[in-house]
Every structure is written in structure tokens, then in C-alpha cells.
Design a protein. Structure first.
Length: 171
């Protein structure tokens, strides 16, 4: 599988979201809260798809949930201005179970944003955590690529299918 150019895809995903849900983008903070809650929910759905399917995975369902996780992750990166830092060298990847890496990294992103949201100045708190968030975002995207490859899922096609559904609903 060719490495997906996340740094180019993330701004497109954010543009789509701003077009479909303009009220969510009144402030960077409101968009972050929305995307973090969305990411948490989609990770839960991905976990359910993986762990309730038994020995034979439903590849279509996993592709759909993985596309949602990746979309929210890219949206968070784009809102935080981290899109240009998403390109990653994949030589350091290990063969650790990609699904667990996604769950852990996405959970860490959600926790950081949740804690920053409690701060008196959430924007300043978020800015101080950007590098840490970027590290976890890279892990989610790298793990998503590995999981898709291991499951013979065309991740870009799954994301494109989600975009078409959203265009039909909110376009």
C-alpha cells in the first residue's frame, strides 16, 4: 500500500466539515471539542467492530469505522494547524497490533483535549500540547494504514465513500 499523504488530505477533510457544519467552526475550540467527542465515539465503534466480529472480520464495517476514526483524527490535526506535520517516515514502524495502537493513541488525543478544555485558557493549554498531540495523531494514522493493509482494506476508498454520504446529506 502506498503511504497516504495525510498532510494533503487533512485540510480537505476540514474544509468539508466547515462547509457541512459551519456552526461547529465558530471557534477553533468548539471544533476541537466536537472532533474529539466524534473521535472518541468512532474509536468505540471501531473497537466494537473489531472485537465483536470474532475470527472473521466484517471488512466493510471495519473500513467504514476506520475511515471515521481517520477523518476525525485528520480534522483535529487540521484545526490545530498540524496538517503539514503529518507526513511520517514509516521505517520505524513495528508490527505491534495496529488496532490497539489506534485505540490507545486516539484515547490519548481525547484525554489531552478534554484536560485542556478544563483549563482557564483552553487555547493556551492546547497550544502547549501540540507536539504531544501530533505524536499521537501520527500513531493513529500510521496504525490505521497498517490495520487497513493487514485487513486488505482500501482506506482511501472507504474515506471517499464516507465523503459521498456526507455530500448527499449535507452537501
Amino acid at each position: 500500500m502506498d503511504n497516504i499523504q495525510w498532510d494533503k488530505l487533512a485540510p480537505i477533510m476540514l474544509d468539508n466539515s466547515e462547509r457541512w457544519f459551519p456552526a461547529l467552526h465558530d471557534t477553533r475550540h468548539s471544533a476541537l471539542v466536537h472532533f474529539t467527542l466524534g473521535l472518541a465515539g468512532e474509536v468505540g465503534e471501531l473497537v466494537e467492530a473489531i472485537y465483536t466480529s470474532g475470527a472473521k472480520w466484517d471488512a466493510d464495517l471495519i473500513a467504514s469505522e476506520l475511515a471515521d476514526v481517520v477523518t476525525y483524527t485528520c480534522d483535529i490535526a487540521a484545526v490545530l494547524g498540524l496538517s503539514n506535520g503529518l507526513a511520517q517516515d514509516h521505517e520505524d514502524e513495528t508490527s505491534i497490533a495496529a488496532d490497539m495502537d489506534i485505540i490507545v493513541a486516539a484515547g490519548l488525543i481525547a484525554n489531552i483535549v478534554k484536560k485542556a478544555n478544563r483549563d482557564a485558557d483552553p487555547e493556551a493549554a492546547m497550544n502547549s500540547k501540540l507536539l504531544e498531540i501530533l505524536t499521537h495523531i501520527r500513531q493513529v494514522l500510521s496504525s490505521a494504514e497498517l490495520l487497513a493493509e493487514e485487513s486488505e482494506i482500501d482506506l482511501l476508498a472507504a474515506i471517499e465513500a464516507k465523503v459521498l454520504v456526507c455530500e448527499a446529506r449535507w452537501g
